[in-house]
Design a protein around this ligand. Structure first.
Ligand code: ACO
Length: 338
């Protein structure tokens, strides 16, 4: 009987796209009863990007994907699969991934969307790793794109100050076993699903004029409860992924965490014993871009020229579901020439 030789997967290319329009805390002060001081001290956010009215999720995903493909040095027709992790697709169906697959010319690829809240990119990396390591596919494009500001209740100050729009993408490719993605851990705690949701617009509560008037088609979040779950869960899932990879916190060059709140990042750094300068922070200038925040932050640290071959990068996500995920990656790309 033939045994299949397992191989590894790595990030061969990375890219991001942020809309140009900036919404500052001062702008928000004009919309709801809030202040720059409250937002900065409670979240660390100073500004965020907002998609133009004619930009849907796929419009953000496409430039991020094209940048990742250029960075990977492959063409779109070499892709075997396009995965879009999003909670804000262009429409319920067809999948946003199919729209992207068509528009980038990935004519040999399958395509599907993945809904794991803000943990979506790590779920995508895990899936891609499994498909590549098994030898089934060679090149998989994992994109996270979100237009959260379109499902934001602009009358709810407890949520509308948090979110921003953006997309990030990674081209996953084969590598030798023991390189690239060293481990990943994907978790779900569906019992906490009610803490973060868009209540209406699905088959449970189809949209009615009454539900629309109550803005039940927008994000509803129990922020304080989620905060506690995140602060407890992030170090645990990160430690599981590091143990699986056989590495320790002191080995990690950079932690790229979901960018929801600077206080959650600080708490995780403390619990994990990782120095602040090793924690990548973009939440101050992009806010919470849900599933996109991890690839956007990874792209930013890469393009700053700070990532070197051999560096260990720890990705950690948490979000709607409630989901948690972490991955340890041994970076093998040359530093980006700045
Ligand atoms: N401006 C001014 N005051 C505000 C605002 C605001 N924008 N928002 C809330 N407040 C008030 C509240 O009304 C409350 O007032 P009260 O004490 O008089 O009732 C007070 O501030 C404190 O409210 P809390 O909700 O307890 O504030 P907290 O310190 O927990 O911060 C926050 C809220 C920022 C939402 C925080 O809980 C958080 O970041 N939670 C985690 C969010 C998250 O990680 N989500 C999961 C990821 S999912 C995703 O990323 C899509």
């Amino acid at each position: 009987m033939m045994t299949m030789q397992l191989r590894g997967s790595k990030i061969q290319g990375i890219g991001a796209y942020l809309p140009e329009r900036v919404l500052s805390n001062a702008d928000l002060e004009k919309i709801v009863d809030t202040s720059d001081e409250w937002i900065v001290t409670h979240t660390g956010i100073k500004e965020r990007r907002i998609a133009e009215d004619d930009q849907a999720c796929s419009d953000l995903c496409i430039p991020a994907a094209q940048q990742a493909l250029a960075d990977a040095g492959i063409s779109s027709d070499q892709l075997d699969m396009v995965i879009v992790a999003t909670v804000t697709p262009d429409m319920a169906f067809p999948a946003t991934a199919c729209i992207v697959q068509d528009k980038i010319g990935a004519r040999n690829a399958g395509a599907f969307d993945l809904v794991s809240g803000c943990t979506g990119f790590i779920y995508g990396i895990g899936l891609a790793d499994g498909l590549i390591a098994s030898g089934v596919y060679d090149y998989i494009l994992v994109i996270s794109g979100e237009v959260l500001t379109r499902v934001t209740d602009w009358t709810d100050r407890s949520t509308c100050v948090l979110f921003g729009d953006g997309a990030g993408a990674a081209v996953m490719a084969p590598t030798e076993p023991g390189a690239g993605v060293l481990s990943y851990v994907l978790q779900s705690f569906g019992e906490h699903g009610d803490l973060l949701k868009i209540p209406a617009g699905g088959t449970r509560q189809p949209l009615t004029p009454e539900l629309l008037a109550q803005r039940e088609n927008c994000i509803r979040m129990e922020g304080h409860e989620l905060f506690k779950l995140a602060v407890r869960g992030v170090p645990d899932v990160a430690e599981s992924a590091m143990a699986k990879a056989g590495v320790q916190a002191s080995d990690i060059a950079y932690v790229v965490m979901h960018q929801a709140n600077k206080r959650i990042i600080d708490a995780a750094a403390k619990r994990l014993g990782i120095a602040d300068e090793r924690m990548v922070v973009t939440v101050d200038h992009y806010g919470n871009t849900s599933a996109s925040s991890i690839p956007i932050a990874l792209d930013e640290v890469y393009r700053s020229g700070k990532l070197n071959p051999g560096d260990l990068v720890l990705l950690v996500g948490f979000g709607a579901g409630f989901t948690l995920g972490a991955a340890v990656i041994r970076w093998d790309k040359e530093p980006f020439a700045t």
